[in-house]
Design a protein around this ligand. Structure first.
Ligand code: PBG
Length: 324
């Protein structure tokens, strides 16, 4: 019988030893909290498919942001749910649209404590629920949509958003938005490009969160879940077009894409742990099937381990609280 002389277990013997030899630690600053502001609410409305997540009123939005700041969360990502929708998503670029109004409120109050970021996409604002405007045949018109993204980008920059999250997956969106921002003097407004955004079933609960009007799917603009190489291609293009940060989304089912992009990118790589990922863990935990806190920590750790510098997660504030 020959016993091993190489024993990896040595470094696992005590909690102190494990703390000392851990390869990765989460930190509150590298978490971003997505928040939903809904027009016309007096108080927050809980989301059935995302227990613990709300459509916020302006007041509850401010309280949620204050809590995130207190927990050390690095940023918030704002999504708007307007009362009125139309074919081109007019409210998205209206300075008095709900998203722009909420941005100004948060930037005024918390802008020096946390990075206020905004989702730049039309789907919450269109009456057909697509991320762009439609042509006469009902297809999403790439170049007509770019013109709307430029208007939306300028209104968000004027409202004070520090990072614009371009999540619409139109070709050339980063280049046109960068050019328009610079031409108007917004040279310091950063662009987060949702580079590898897949047409995913895991966005299901988000559609409730924004009262999505979508019929059909987004497969003509979001990526095919089977395509690993194409995720890399999108990230390379976005970096070349001037993105400051690239994103992979969803996170847990796309850790290979995340690892690829993290290995090649010369700019920060973020990942979005989306609504369905949140809902799965919450539902299993509510049934007593998994340990909620351990599952949350392990899921975010896995996303970081695969290469994310920052993770967008609906658990950001709670998780940050545990980490302190
Ligand atoms: C588009 C957008 C979506 C999400 C973030 N931005 C929805 C979609 O593409 O259908 C999903 C986020 C989540 O599921 O948590 N504006």
């Amino acid at each position: 019988m020959s016993f091993p002389s190489i024993r990896p277990r040595r470094l696992r013997t005590t909690p102190a030893m494990r703390r000392l030899t851990t390869e990765l630690r989460l930190h509150p600053n590298e978490l971003v909290l997505p928040l939903f502001i809904r027009e016309g609410l007096d108080e927050a409305v809980p989301l059935g498919s995302m227990p613990g997540v709300m459509q916020h009123s302006m007041d509850s939005l401010r309280r949620a942001t204050a809590d995130a700041v207190a927990a050390g969360v690095g940023g918030v990502m704002l999504f708007g749910v307007p009362e009125v929708r139309d074919a081109v998503g007019s409210q998205a670029s209206d300075p008095d649209g709900i998203l722009n109004r909420a941005t100004r409120v948060l930037v005024d109050e918390f802008g020096s404590d946390i990075v206020v970021q905004t989702d730049l996409c039309l789907d919450e604002f269109t009456d057909h629920g697509h991320c762009g405007v439609l042509d006469e045949k009902g297809a999403v018109d790439n170049d007509a949509t770019l013109e709307r993204y430029v208007e939306m980008a300028l209104s968000q920059a004027r409202a004070g958003s520090a990072i614009l999250g371009l999540s619409g997956m139109m070709d050339g969106q980063v280049a046109v938005v960068r050019q328009a921002l610079d031409a108007e003097g917004f040279t310091d407004t950063a662009i987060l490009a949702y580079s590898a955004k897949y047409a995913s079933a895991f966005y299901g609960p988000f559609r409730e969160a924004v009262d999505s009007q979508l019929q059909g799917d987004r497969r003509t603009y979001q990526l095919d879940p089977a395509n690993r190489r194409e995720g890399m291609r999108e990230a390379i293009l976005d970096e070349a077009e001037g993105a400051d940060i690239v994103m992979v989304k969803p996170a847990m089912s796309y850790l290979d894409v995340l690892a690829d992009v993290a290995a090649e990118s010369t700019i920060p790589v973020w990942a979005y742990q989306v609504s369905g990922e949140y809902a799965m863990i919450e539902a299993a935990a509510a049934n007593g099937w998994i340990d909620r806190r351990r599952a949350i920590e392990e899921s975010v750790l896995g996303i970081k381990r695969a290469g994310a510098d920052v993770v967008l997660t609906y658990w950001a504030t709670e998780l940050a609280g545990w980490l302190r």
